[in-house]
Design a protein around this ligand. Sequence first.
Ligand code: LLP
Length: 431
Amino acid sequence: HGTSTVNNQGHLVIGGVDTIELAKQYGTPLYVYDVELIRSRARQFRNTFQNLGVKAQVAYASKAFSSIAMVQLAAEENLSLDVVSNGELYTALQAGFPVERIHFHGNNKSYEELVMAVENKIGCVVVDNFYELSLLQTICREHSYSMPILLRVTPGIEAHTHDYILTGQEDSKFGFDIQSGQAFEAMKQAEEAENLELLGIHCHIGSQIFETTGFKLAAEKLFATLKEWKELTGFMASVVNLGGGFGIRYTSEDDPIPVSVYVEEIIADVQQHVKNFNLEMPEIWIEPGRSLVGDAGTTIYSVGSKKEIPNVRNYLSIDGGMSDNIRPALYQAKYEGVLANRVKDEVEETVSIAGKCCESGDMLIWDLPLPRANHEDYLAVFCTGAYGYAMANNYNRITKPAVVFVENGNAQLVVKRETLEDLTRLDLPLK
Ligand code: LLP
């Protein structure tokens, strides 16, 4: 997985650092990010656009994993940044991320959030609905400011993925519907608004998508729509944002195509539409989250108790679970894992990895072949870099793990482990 290797002690090594050393130094559970892998993914995306001679912005969807160091890494790699709340925006500002490259998403941004966007003069607001369109105008007027915006539209495309993470279809809470003319109405309002600068349109069709078909269908719909709008009003988008959603390999069941191929295939299609519809080529923006950080993250757990039910199943418990990775419980997501301290040992049994939450559904991996493990062992679960820490929670008042970045043999703590004091910090005693 990733750039991980095994040293002669049989320990899993990531970014040149022994993960067992990390576990001993920083404790477990521990998220370990391979920084080199994140950099290389970012470069693959950006270089592909560059080689194709297409003006583009690659925005890291920070919902996948947001922290100050992560946002700084995105800035170092010349990515733009997609934020979806005041919290993600705050993190970006604290990290010193270039404001002109921040894009603000969300289907229910509050007055306060939009004020924050305007006051900090961020790159653009991706306007989702009519309420936001008028709220943002009011705020911009109050601030004598003109805000660059994109309009999020729903192209009516169903990408092939899990129901919960489907977002591009017509029946969705996100964006302006194209079919019914809402998107057209929004475009006219935005064009007329003195305090809004309409850059273009955005769509996001879903997440963990393995084919380019959905993106191509979406692109076709968007460009056909732009053609229609141009004929009717003269408006032409200078930016088309095709969202994120590029799939990654969690297990051998997943078969994603390389990042560069995604981009090349989608761009070829876009250029075809631009030509057919006789339009000017707009800037293309994309918003990958998972595909930038997903397989760069590995979680290291300590193995604890074991329950063997003869002829039924063996449960092996680890010191985390749905509190640090809710994806198996929420989406039946699948993961692969190894004993991080005995990677080369022979497989001796099949165990199911149980989390420590008081909930039967808190299972991380079913039927994992492993060497016979006990409480002295460590389990590494791969591909936890996206929507792992980001969706971590304090269920059962379990503290959130620490996060470490590794690169070129060096490790750096980038998010401290939560403490018990942190857990009650906001609590007030009974009067
Ligand atoms: N842009 C927009 C507007 C989005 O809604 C999303 C993800 C992305 C970009 C980034 O998508 P990605 O490249 O990471 O697939 N919690 C779920 C995923 C939810 C994705 C939500 N939106 C999971 O753990 O699978």
